[in-house]
Write a protein that binds this ligand. Structure first.
Ligand SMILES: NC(=O)c1ccc[n+]([C@@H]2O[C@H](COP(=O)([O-])OP(=O)(O)OC[C@H]3O[C@@H](n4cnc5c(N)ncnc54)[C@H](OP(=O)(O)O)[C@@H]3O)[C@@H](O)[C@H]2O)c1
Length: 399
């Protein structure tokens, strides 16, 4: 019997995860219907997607690109939404069953909450949502019986490995990290790392923010926080190990001493397909032999060096301070990464700025979403006001 197509909305369809999601959809004709597509501004990528998939609704967040989208979609009969609120409108779109949240940054949090409130299942790539707002998102998802399926390859791996035992039997999880492009670079040269060097990731092809975050290891710091929320674990149950080949995507250690790992080639289509179809594992997600371990494959593992990767300690600090500190960690990183890419901050300045912002933050206990939004905004202002060359100016308060 042919299954009824699953109706999918994709926020961030023009990005790396968005395009990979459409690749997965193409591999399973009839299994999915693309109901909604949304991007920030890349109309040249979005318009051909609309012509190919005929969604009911399409959105661009950046209103200055609205006219360009309308012009490119002259005879399109669906709805065109423009502006910042359009993502939340799509998130609650009646016919969507599963929403893929693949935008980058804190912009993913409000639409994720809107989707939960509308009872949609979520395939979540946007880790910033859980880093910054996990304290609000996860209880609400549980309350609404909404599934949050992780797309991040490490969390997908953990999600898969957790099927091998009960939650109370888990001793710890082990997140793998490639170590990024500077695993062997002399530490004393880190201040001279250029954006082009940092954007050249050895194993993964991703958007610019996550690529820089992988080079600083802030990405792994975020993944520690993301894992506490997704899997209801304490920070001391989450370890990180350097694994340069990115073949073991992560592991779960059970109390009997067994360690269950998930392996695969570094290809995001696999975790995306699992997030959309789990627990089903259909043929055709990857090629006939996704991973050939008989071909001169060495799998290396090493503990992370704290001097090389100080970002990991920042995650543990933020977790100890509480949810608004985790929101601050993410927002400070968003601003610091943009400043590094613009040449306004050295590579080593990214983690430095985040650490200083965390120190200045006064956590709010038991925050609601408005408190988290306020902490996010405070951190953005704080970092922007403390970038090198910024005239000394008081930042309003230390939330
Ligand atoms: N790439 C990976 O392999 C990977 C793996 C694990 C997790 N993730 C996570 O997945 C998310 C997306 O990553 P990516 O690598 O796909 O990023 P990306 O290639 O930079 O794509 C980002 C997408 O979000 C849209 N966007 C950017 N800013 C936005 C805003 N303020 N409001 C609405 N939409 C916005 C972009 O639209 P325009 O194209 O119009 O700018 C684009 O569609 C991130 O949270 C990342 O951490 C990615």
């Amino acid at each position: 019997m042919t299954p009824i197509p699953l109706q999918i909305g994709i926020l961030g369809s023009t990005g790396s995860i968005g395009q990979n999601t459409l690749r997965v959809i193409d591999r399973f004709p009839g299994r999915f219907r693309v109901t909604a597509l949304a991007a920030s501004r890349n109309v040249d990528e979005l318009a051909p997607q609309v012509r190919k998939y005929h969604p009911e609704v399409v959105a661009v967040v950046d209103a200055t690109h609205g006219d360009a989208l309308r012009a490119q979609l002259g005879d399109y009969s669906g709805r065109i939404l423009i502006g910042a609120d359009s993502l939340c409108e799509i998130a609650a779109w009646p016919s969507i069953q599963t929403l893929v949240v693949a935008v980058v940054g804190f912009a993913g949090a409000a639409p994720t909450l809107a989707a939960i409130d509308a009872g949609k299942n979520i395939a979540l790539a946007n880790k910033e949502t859980l880093v910054a707002a996990g304290a609000v998102v996860m209880p609400r998802a549980r309350q609404r019986s909404v599934t949050i399926a992780p797309i991040d390859s490490e969390h997908s791996a953990i999600w898969q490995c957790l099927r091998a035992g009960a939650h109370q039997e888990v001793r710890r999880i082990i997140l793998t990290a490639s170590g990024g492009p500077f695993r062997n670079r002399p530490l004393e040269t880190f201040a001279t790392i250029t954006p082009a060097e940092a954007l050249d990731h050895p194993t993964w092809r991703m958007g610019p923010r996550i690529t820089i975050d992988s080079a600083t290891m802030m990405n792994k710091a975020f993944e520690i926080i993301e894992a506490t929320w997704l899997f209801d674990l304490t920070p001391d149950q989450i370890d990180v190990v350097i694994h340069p080949q990115s073949v073991v995507h992560s592991m779960v250690e059970y109390q009997d001493g067994s360690v269950i790992a998930q392996l695969g080639s570094p290809d995001m289509t696999l975790p995306i397909a699992y997030a959309l179809l789990a627990p089903e594992r259909p043929k055709g997600v990857t090629g006939p032999q996704a991973l050939d371990l008989s071909r001169a494959n060495t799998l290396d593992f090493a503990p992370p060096d704290p001097a090389r990767y100080p970002a990991l300690d920042l995650a543990r600090r933020a977790l100890a301070m509480g949810p608004t500190a985790c929101a601050v960690l993410n927002a400070a990183d968003e601003i610091a990464v943009a400043a590094f890419l613009d040449g306004r901050l050295p590579f080593t300045g990214i983690v430095d700025q985040i650490g200083k912002t965390l120190t200045a933050h006064k956590p709010v206990s038991d925050p609601n979403f408005e408190d988290i939004v306020a902490a996010d905004q405070w951190a953005r202002d704080y970092v922007s006001g403390h970038l090198p060359g910024t005239p000394a100016k008081a930042v309003a308060s230390t939330r």
